[in-house]
Write a protein that binds this ligand. Sequence first.
Ligand SMILES: Cc1cc2nc3c(=O)[nH]c(=O)nc-3n(C[C@H](O)[C@H](O)[C@H](O)COP(=O)(O)O)c2cc1C
Length: 368
Amino acid sequence: MRALTALAQPILLTLEPERAHDLAIRSLRTGLYPRAVTAPGSPLRTRCFGLTFPNPLGMAAGFDKNAEVPDALIDAGFGFAEVGTVTPRPQMGNPRPRVFRLMQDRAVINRLGFNNEGHEPVHRRLRRYTRNTAAKRIIGVNIGANKDSEDRIADYVLGIIRFADVASYLTINISSPNTPGLRALQGGEDLERLLSEAVTARDKAAQHRGHPIPLLLKIAPDLDGEGLQAVCAGVERCGIDGMIVSNTTLSRQGLRGRKMAEEEGGLSGAPLFERSTIMLARTYQLTGGRVPLIGVGGISSGADAWTKIRAGASLIQLYTGLIYGGFGLVEDILETLRSSLSSEGFGTIADAVGQDAGTWAARTAEPA
Ligand SMILES: Cc1cc2nc3c(=O)[nH]c(=O)nc-3n(C[C@H](O)[C@H](O)[C@H](O)COP(=O)(O)O)c2cc1C
């Protein structure tokens, strides 16, 4: 099966990006993907936010926006899957074309604008899924606000209440560049209000469920030093359980190809790696390693994944790397993580987290 999917990857890359994505979702739904075998007692098992992950590599938000294939993603080797972004009401997103491949840079620019089916159908699917599966699998739900919402903070609170019974963890996504004004929630009074209302909703939901539900905040890689400091202080003050660093960037620094580079939207993939890893290491330092971090941005090899962990990530996620590398990349990354642990003398992933945070935090990224 792995050989078959390796053959399919170059074909997918010739199709219009959203068509290729639909086909990928369809093949996952119908079982056409390689199954990974996780050995029991794997050294990659890791605990974070009170949950036990079979391995630290997750599928990032945006691939399975409507929770159609979280189980297939985990079967294919991911340690966890994050579905969404989901908004209270369904949304079409921006007009097409809105996803662009930058082949030469192994990057993508997207301005999808939170296209999704809305809370109801996604919740129904997840409830069916959690009812039907005996295995304790980790599925995060990434929540957002409708573009035309009059009270965006209320949309996040609704998302927390809605998905608390089916999500292993919840992510507040205020870092998409494709919903005008959304990133403004990353600072000032709005941030304070958002975090405190979100935490209150999380605590109420947890009381109702009888166990805690981790609440994470996903941030943009384009925050300046002061902005990042304010977010980290707010996260610790309000008791947010973890952070995801980072979403896509508005920067176009370091692109080799000019084709498509002028398209509006968020850039992901290889050119985001350095910027998001610097941000990750600074977040690790600012929070003193007390807040677990998911490192995401530009991972396209096992070496990249290991670098993120050493820079401060307790868990990692990817999306664009999969577009170019296919599902074989998942097993390649896990294999490199296993061999890096052993060759560098670490017993567990947690032992390696943040070892290089100082070096990465001292590097400078070009301004966005
Ligand atoms: C096509 C596309 C759609 C995305 N949609 C979302 C989304 O709905 N919510 C979100 O939090 N992040 C979304 N992302 C961002 C990814 O989750 C990730 O943070 C970012 O792409 C950086 O990782 P990567 O370089 O491995 O792709 C999207 C990314 C891409 C490429």
